[in-house]
Design a protein around this ligand. Structure first.
Ligand code: PMP
Length: 451
């Protein structure tokens, strides 16, 4: 490998980063991560930190998952690529679709369509939702309903249903016919209440109102994250998703669960939908499906949707959608090994137990640090929201948030910041001791920002 200075200088010169201003990356170079082991990563200066981000909510089994690495190596030797477009397929992929149907049986999802990541999976869901209605003889159902603060990736469809200005404004015009409802957020909402059940009911009324205004026969689908991730870890009240399901059913609207983060155990349940006792019509997954080791995703499809397509003999049922890497054999092998390890290690149970410890610890930090306005989490997806004034709930300044991040890193733990939120989504294999390490470092980070 080239010498350290070459690496550092050329990042600024030639590399544009996702979700970053190129000028800022030149002024404040990013950390260069060189290696990973267990739940830790090591940067180019040799500093080792606990990765409380878990890659990007995806390295659920940590950086030393040998069975997944071996499956990738072996599959590279056997068949490094072949297409799954009409006419060909591959064995690991067929085995994977069988395993996924088993995995998602409790969610009522039995067919899979493969992609190269979360944005692709979302795009696939949106397209198939429109096509489902065409197949079903209701071609005018084309609109989508989504939540403010929702995140659904960065393709044009996903960006159109995204509920955060940062991912929309500079890319407009986006898809027409997208309606946004408020997020089920107790800390900030337009309903003047902190009662989660009341907020859920109020959003339900707005949804019904919007359906009446638009006409149910114009709406294809509602897309929601069972726990909103990138929007700042917003955990809806337990009544929220069942209510959305019931309204969708009553009006013939499909429910798409965007589980790119929540599928495979992160919330403490095997899926976010199961956490709330809801069966979606389609589910987008990616990230942890290969433990982050290979870019891969799967859209899971319910019997209802599948049967509409499969029983249709006309060209409208033909899936005119897919990617060169839909069903990549190396991704399939990685996913098969990941699923096996994920189940063997029962990481959902660990996420639930460690998540409770993390949440309790964050609440204790809130009592100590005025800077923390709100603490939220479910399983091992947690956030603290930093404020400059607790009563006014005004967001903390950017440099304060950066200072918390940097000082926490110095204290040995990588966290992620998004706006005024500090987000934690460590690998699901963390121990109780690791949770304490995260809390101790964050405590130091918060103290340093106050100093
Ligand atoms: N949906 C959700 C809920 C996500 O959190 C993400 C990524 N964080 C995406 C979609 C997009 O996934 P990707 O970045 O793999 O395209």
């Amino acid at each position: 490998m080239r010498e350290t200075n070459f690496i550092i200088e050329n990042n600024a010169r030639h590399l544009w980063h996702p979700m970053a201003h190129p000028a800022e990356m030149q002024a404040h170079p990013p950390r260069i991560v060189n290696s990973g082991e267990g739940v830790e990563i090591v940067d180019i200066q040799g500093k080792k930190v606990l990765d409380a981000v878990g890659g990007l909510w995806n390295v659920n089994l940590g950086y030393s998952c040998e069975p997944v690495k071996k499956a990738i190596r072996d599959q590279l030797d056997e068949l490094p690529y072949y297409s799954t477009f009409r006419g060909t397929t591959n064995s690991p992929l067929i085995e994977l679709s069988y395993e996924l149907a088993e995995w998602f049986k409790p969610d009522g999802l039995s067919r899979s369509f493969f992609t190269s990541g979360g944005s692709d999976s979302v795009e696939t869901c949106l397209r198939l939702a429109r096509q489902y209605h065409k197949v079903n003889g209701q071609p005018e159902r084309t609109k989508f309903v989504a939540l403010k603060k929702g995140y659904h990736g960065t393709h044009f469809g996903g960006a159109s249903v995204n509920g955060n200005q940062n991912f929309r404004r500079n890319y407009e015009p986006l898809l027409p016919g997208v309606i946004h409802l408020p997020a089920p957020f107790t800390y900030r909402n337009p309903f003047n209440t902190t009662d989660g059940a009341e907020i859920a009911a109020a959003i339900g009324r707005l949804f019904e109102d919007e359906i009446a205004f638009q006409g149910a026969d114009t709406i294809a689908a509602l897309i929601v994250e069972p726990v909103l991730g990138a929007g700042g870890v917003i955990v809806p009240h337990e009544t929220f998703l069942p209510l959305m399901r019931e309204i969708c059913d009553r009006h013939g609207i499909l429910l798409i669960a965007d589980e790119v983060i929540t599928a495979f155990g992160r919330t403490g349940a095997w899926t976010g939908s199961r956490l709330w006792g809801v069966k979606p019509d389609m589910m987008s997954t990616a990230k942890a499906i290969t433990n982050g080791y290979f870019p891969f995703g799967a859209v899971m499809i319910s019997d209802k949707v599948a049967e509409a397509f499969e029983s249709n003999k006309n060209s409208v049922g033909n899936i005119g959608h897919g990617y060169t890497y839909s069903g990549h054999p190396v991704g399939a092998a990685a996913a098969l090994a990941t699923l096996k390890e994920t189940r063997k290690l029962d990481v959902a149970a660990n996420a639930a137990a460690r998540g409770e410890e993390l949440l309790a610890g964050l609440k204790a930090l809130q009592n100590k640090h005025e800077l923390i306005g709100d603490v939220r989490g479910k399983g091992l997806m947690c956030a603290i929201e930093l404020v400059s004034d607790r009563a006014k709930k005004s967001g903390a300044a950017k440099d304060v948030v950066q200072k918390v991040h940097d000082a926490t890193y110095e204290a040995g733990v990588m966290v992620r910041t998004s706006g005024a939120n500090v987000i934690m989504s460590p690998p699901l294999i963390v121990t109780a001791g690791d949770v304490q390490t995260i809390l101790t470092a964050l405590d130091a980070g918060l103290a340093a920002a106050r100093a």
